[in-house]
Design a binder for this molecule. Structure first.
Ligand SMILES: NC(=O)C1=CN([C@@H]2O[C@H](COP(=O)(O)OP(=O)(O)OC[C@H]3O[C@@H](n4cnc5c(N)ncnc54)[C@H](OP(=O)(O)O)[C@@H]3O)[C@@H](O)[C@H]2O)C=CC1
Ligand SMILES: O=C(O)C1=N[C@H](C(=O)O)C[C@H](O)C1
Length: 234
């Protein structure tokens, strides 16, 4: 499979190694300032760029009918626009805030737990995410997906807020520490005990492998999909 990498930073370079190990060829590496490139030489594009660039990178793939997998976070105010454009241009698209297989299981576990805890008023929920200091967005895309999973399944919460537990807000704390690839913790606390679920990435390998698996799955499809479609869960 011929792959275009849209964004050749920490994730782009990790994806390259895994893709080559799985027998794929990288035919294009696009980074800041690269505007004149031929996306059509790729069978599939993988976008791990920056919040300000993701929507344009993804749209360009739709205009040229190149299937695109995006893991860039912090641009989701334009997600619905991207979905509409994909459908209009008969493109193929998967976005995930986290491509690691473990986190996608964690997302489902989080929803089931929220449904059960919704019946137990004595427990208050909070979330924490920890990432490296170079991360541009806060809270992380993964934390937002986890928060949405709780809000959809727990009666007491209607929105999430950074460090604010007032009213029906689910508080998220975002910490930045050198070199941490990504740790997410959901905590339910009562007066008598604490229940926690956590996913801790040991490196970027898991995110990159999931993105390559998603690209292999998407290559000859048309439509808008999620990692649940790829993994057949949820
Ligand atoms: N969904 C998931 O599983 C995961 C998502 N992420 C997300 O992926 C994104 C990238 O993360 P990471 O690799 O760590 O970040 P990096 O900063 O290491 O890489 C981003 C790259 O994008 C480049 N870039 C800037 N502008 C453009 C543009 N217009 N087109 C293409 N590339 C451009 C940057 O260049 P320059 O440095 O010169 O500006 C940089 O090389 C982030 O949004 C992060 O949150 C990260 C890990 C997992
Ligand atoms: O920027 C990162 O590094 C990561 N970003 C994603 C996010 O915002 O959730 C996924 C992962 O946690 C690493």
């Amino acid at each position: 499979m011929k792959i275009a990498l849209l964004g050749y930073g920490r994730m782009g370079q990790t994806i390259e190694k895994i893709a080559v190990d799985r027998g794929h060829e990288i035919v294009l590496r696009v980074d800041k300032g690269d505007t004149e490139y031929d996306i059509t030489k790729a069978d599939v594009a993988i976008d791990f760029s920056i919040p300000d660039a993701a929507f344009n990178n993804i749209s360009n793939c739709f205009y040229h009918q190149v299937p695109v997998v995006s893991g860039t976070t912090g641009w989701l105010d334009k997600y619905n626009e991207a979905v509409s454009l994909c459908k209009e241009k008969k493109g193929a698209f998967i976005y995930a805030s986290n491509f690691s297989l473990g986190v996608n299981i964690f997302f489902e576990l989080n929803k089931s737990l929220a449904k059960m805890m919704s019946q137990l008023e004595q427990y208050k929920v909070s979330m924490e995410e920890i990432h490296h200091t170079k991360k541009l967005d806060a809270p992380s895309g993964t934390a937002i997906t986890l928060a949405e999973g709780i809000i959809d399944n727990h009666e007491a919460y209607t929105e999430w807020k950074l460090n604010d537990s007032s009213g029906s807000s689910l508080p998220i704390s975002a910490k930045r520490v050198d070199d941490v690839p990504g740790t997410h913790t959901v905590t339910y606390e009562s007066e008598v005990d604490t229940l926690m679920i956590q996913h801790k990435a040991h490196s970027r390998q898991g995110f990159a492998l999931g993105a390559v698996i998603a690209a292999e799955w998407l290559k000859e499809k048309t439509g808008v999909f999620t990692m649940n479609d790829v993994l057949n869960i949820g």
